[in-house]
Design a binder for this molecule. Structure first.
Ligand SMILES: [Zn+2]
Length: 209
């Protein structure tokens, strides 16, 4: 155990117990969700946005605890392997530069970096948020779609590949992921799977497998 861990023992981001940043009990308590689809693209998630997973994601993003990325990426990598999907490369949903400055890190990028290392596939930093969008909270699905129109662009010199895995932290209505997928498609690539830590309880698309 590292000295700092003895002086400040880590607390689980899911249940607040001392011992680990994400404890065994929270890890084994995850309820797997079946692979869903979003606009015809497979949607792989670690679980529903509820309980300890919801607590941990909140802590990861807002407290913030970027060091949780490794612990949270592990079950997501497992869910992807269980789904049997082979992805040639990964990318992530970008934050607008202003939001990135405020938060200090992009939660989706950290996850994608961890996943890329675990799975041994390259990480492509091609998507950019070219337009700041008002917060999505409280907007309907249709309003979100309008809100996100033209928000993303593939800006890397190299075109995106076919079958790219796109990582984000949470899928609430799917509008963000679909807008990002649209930008990838407009540059000649395609998304092979969306990979998220959690899907909102209310997202109906995921119930259909
Ligand atoms: Zn726990």
């Amino acid at each position: 155990m590292a000295l700092l861990d003895m002086i400040f023992p880590p607390r689980c981001a899911g249940c607040d117990r001392y011992g680990a940043v994400w404890c065994r009990s929270c890890a084994t308590g995850l309820r797997r969700v079946p692979v869903g689809t979003l606009g015809g693209i497979p949607l792989v998630a670690t679980g529903r946005l509820e309980g300890p997973l919801q607590q941990a994601i909140h802590a990861y993003k807002y407290r913030p605890r970027p060091q949780l990325a490794a612990a949270l990426a592990e079950p997501l990598g497992g869910a992807l392997l269980a789904a049997g999907l082979l992805l040639p490369a990964l990318s992530f949903v970008p934050l607008h530069p202003r939001r990135l400055r405020e938060r200090g890190f992009n939660q989706a990028e950290r996850l994608a970096t961890e996943l890329s290392r675990r799975l041994g596939v390259p990480l492509l930093r091609g998507l950019a948020r070219v337009r700041a969008t008002p917060a999505q909270v409280g907007l309907s699905q249709a309003e979100r779609r309008v809100n996100l129109q033209g928000a993303f662009q593939w800006t890397a010199a190299q075109a995106p590949p076919a079958g790219l895995g796109l990582v984000d932290d949470v899928c609430t209505t799917g509008a963000t992921l679909q807008a990002a997928a649209q930008a990838v498609a407009e540059s000649g690539g395609s998304i092979g799977a969306f990979l998220v830590l959690a899907v909102a309880q209310t997202l109906p698309a995921v119930a259909v497998t």
